[in-house]
Design a protein. Structure first.
Length: 460
């Protein structure tokens, strides 16, 4: 029965991978998102897609991984950014994942599971027949062989998809004029990691893998990349410099401060090191040091909106909302009201507890959600403003927006229905309340079909 357990575990894994990434922790940062959008745009165009229609989403997970989960979105784990040495390596990963998107591999995974399931069911029926005929040992042998065949069929299907994505990724890098050296470097990292974990690279070990052997992938891609005209294309210096900033910020934000201060010690006054240490100091409540690092960065580049955002964030989260307003206003203006920065400014305006700031807060937050509806924090803050001004109908509507994004579907349904009852009939907000109510109801039903226990918990 070991083969059956392997197969069922694999089936469960495939189902989990197909779930929406909303269930995971998503990291959002204005500079990081702008950077990922920029380095992925030429690859997305090379894949025949529109950059504005494809999202690259950062997931808070220390493992070295990236995946697609349906739709036009690529999910990258924070551990992958930490492990990469160059932006070019990250581009190699994005190109590979775009190969899954254009190949429709998430949808086609169902085909592989269906084929494997048919083999599994037939073997079980044959085994039952043998058992009824008195051949108990023969029955177990038939079932075990069938399960192994089913597992092998699905794993071979998965490896074929991965090989296809490798080839597509190489093609997209080539069309974009981007070297594949980073892609190979990253595969080398994966191979070294497997070697350290004593993962065999022989054919027998390869049978139980969802991906082709890393050594084989490197061999095939090396030949492909070296023949490509883009092989000797220089790296984009601006992208590589920005990547080091993004990587340092990410470590400062998610890692233990002691690890950050070890990797970016006091004697290092580079921009990435100052960014990393500013976040580490902030996490340790060493506010003076965090602000000193932010001020040094601003002195070097007074009009860098992300340095101003950093200072504003440290001040705001340290209870100094009034002092945070100027840097956050400047950052918002310099980025033309980038939604994440604008929503932080809105938060700061509310945190001053000065009602004279509420009108500006409403304007800033409405602009933020107008450009990025999928920002639950901004919707929450907007709801606070509406409630403070006595507009309870729109406060409930803003709460419904936030709740449905946080998967609080029963609350979202109730908030939307309450808002609909109070809003002017036929108005845009009234129509939006109806839409949210229908969305929450549909998502509740979908959740109930998947997991009855979780559905009942959410309804209580």
């Amino acid at each position: 029965m070991r083969f059956l357990s392997h197969f069922l575990a694999l089936f469960a894994l495939a189902v989990l991978v197909a779930q929406p990434a909303a269930a995971q922790s998503i990291l959002r940062d204005a500079e990081t998102e702008a950077f990922l959008d920029e380095i992925s745009a030429p690859l997305i165009e090379a894949a025949g897609l529109e950059p504005g229609n494809v999202d690259v989403v950062l997931i808070n997970d220390p493992s070295i991984n990236a995946f697609v989960a349906g739709g036009q979105a690529v999910y990258i784990h924070s551990g992958l950014i930490d492990a990469a040495d160059t932006a070019n390596e990250v581009q190699g990963v994005i190109a590979h994942e775009l190969g899954h998107v254009t190949g429709g591999h998430v949808i086609r995974t169902g085909e592989g599971l269906a084929t494997a399931s048919r083999i599994s069911i037939l073997s079980m029926l044959a085994g039952i027949g043998a058992a009824l005929a008195g051949g108990g040992e023969a029955a177990m042998g038939i079932i075990a062989a069938g399960q192994q065949a089913a597992l092998g069929k699905f794993l071979a299907f998965s490896r074929t998809q991965e090989a296809s994505a490798d080839a597509a990724g190489a093609d997209y890098l080539s069309k974009a004029g981007i070297t594949g050296k980073g892609s190979l470097a990253f595969f080398e990292k994966l191979l070294n990691q497997e070697n350290r974990r004593a993962i065999l690279q022989n054919d027998e070990a390869g049978f139980y893998r969802t991906h082709p052997l890393s050594g084989d992938r490197i061999s095939k891609l090396t030949d492909t990349y070296r023949k490509d005209p883009a092989w000797d294309a220089p790296l984009n210096a601006a992208w590589e410099s920005r990547f080091q900033r993004v990587k340092a910020k990410l470590q400062g934000y998610v890692a233990d401060p002691e690890h950050t201060l070890r990797d970016y010690p006091e004697g290092d006054d580079s921009t990435p090191a100052l960014l990393a240490r500013a976040y580490a100091y902030h996490k340790e409540a060493r506010i003076d040091r965090a602000l000193a690092a932010a001020d040094t960065l601003i002195e070097r580049s007074p009009n860098d909106p992300y340095f101003l955002e950093l200072k504003g964030q440290v001040l705001l989260e340290s209870g100094r909302a009034n002092e945070a307003l100027d840097p956050l206003r400047n950052a918002t203006e310099l980025t033309r009201s980038e939604p994440l920065i604008a929503s932080m400014l809105g938060h700061a305006l509310i945190a001053t507890e000065d009602k004279a700031n509420y009108e500006e807060a409403e304007r800033v937050l409405r602009a933020a959600v107008g450009r990025d509806r999928y920002n639950p924090f901004a919707w929450y803050q907007l709801g606070v403003v509406y409630a403070a001004r006595g507009d309870m109908a729109r406060a409930r509507l803003a709460s419904a927006e936030q709740q449905v994004m946080n998967r609080q579907y029963p609350l979202a349904l109730r908030s939307a229905q309450a808002a609909e009852a109070e809003l002017p009939y036929g108005s845009p907000d009234w129509l939006r309340a109806q839409d949210i109510a229908m969305e929450a109801r549909a998502l509740m039903e979908q959740l109930c079909e998947m997991d009855r226990a979780e559905c009942d918990d959410r309804r209580r």
